[in-house]
Design a binder for this molecule. Structure first.
Ligand code: ADP
Ligand code: ADP
Length: 224
């Protein structure tokens, strides 16, 4: 499958077990919320998925590539939206995206096409030539998502993607991410907000480094 597969993954910081035998899958076209309170292990899982750290045990497959054996191929299939902004505030959106396209080996016409596509997917095509600093918080966050899509990944990871935004901006972002899943992306959306899981097709609840439940959002009544 072209989605994400996490099999029996464990990770320790010294004595502290941050992830303990974590297994779940996100299929292509699925919007999966990863729900857990602070300290549950969400950031640790993202660090594993972006290969900032390496699992002590278990395996992770990204679009069919084993992240330990084929890290470059696996990472090329993942787009990540971090909590921290990555765009240069004083450059235009397009110039920022061209820079990130370049990191993925895209330039010239193929970069321009990929950038236009990513911006259109977030409803931001008409703002491409604005300087990032001139955009409001919601639009900046949408540009961060577009940035994560320029290399046309199969899997999109979002870490607390709506923190600090108002309700309208949050709704716009969740709607766009939903549409992205509709195009076949596997989406993993980390959040500590129970309210945010209603929009998901699948909810994985992480608690103290373990998967406590995994299923449709409707089955979540009474969780964390
Ligand atoms: P979340 O992102 O869900 O808040 P984290 O992955 O940051 O959870 O943390 C999971 C656990 O690992 C917590 O108990 C946290 O204290 C611990 N932890 C996270 N980062 C480190 C670190 N660099 N060193 C030691 N312990 C850490
Ligand atoms: P040029 O069009 O002149 O090749 P680039 O757009 O590639 O310029 O950017 C020039 C330099 O500016 C890059 O090598 C990079 O170090 C820095 N840069 C550009 N965009 C960013 C960004 N979003 N974040 C951090 N550094 C950036």
């Amino acid at each position: 499958m072209n989605g994400l597969e996490i099999n029996h993954v464990s990770y320790r910081y010294g004595e502290r077990k941050a992830l303990d035998d974590v297994s779940f899958q996100v299929e292509p076209g699925r919007f999966c919320a990863l729900l857990g309170p602070n300290g549950a292990g969400k950031s640790t899982l993202f660090a594993l998925l972006t290969r900032l750290i390496v699992a002590d045990e278990g395996a992770i497959q990204v679009a069919g590539f084993d992240i330990a054996r084929s890290p470059r191929a696996a990472l090329a299939r993942i787009g990540v939206v971090f909590q921290q902004p990555t765009l240069d505030l004083d450059m235009t959106v397009r110039r920022n995206l061209r820079y990130f396209a370049g990191l993925h080996g895209l330039s010239g016409r193929s970069a321009a096409i990929a950038i236009d596509r990513a911006l259109a997917q977030l409803g931001m095509a008409e703002r491409a030539d604005e300087v990032v600093r001139s955009l409001n918080g919601g639009h900046r966050r949408r540009m961060e998502i577009a940035r994560a899509l320029v290399h046309q990944p199969d899997i999109l990871l979002l870490d607390e993607a709506t923190v600090g935004l108002d309700a309208a901006a949050r709704q716009a972002i969740t709607d766009h991410v939903h549409e992205l899943a509709g195009t076949g992306l596997a989406v993993l959306w980390a959040t500590h907000l129970v309210d945010e899981v209603a929009m998901a097709d699948q909810v994985v609840v992480l608690h103290r480094g373990r998967v406590r439940s995994d299923g449709p959002a409707g089955e979540l009544a009474g969780e964390s």
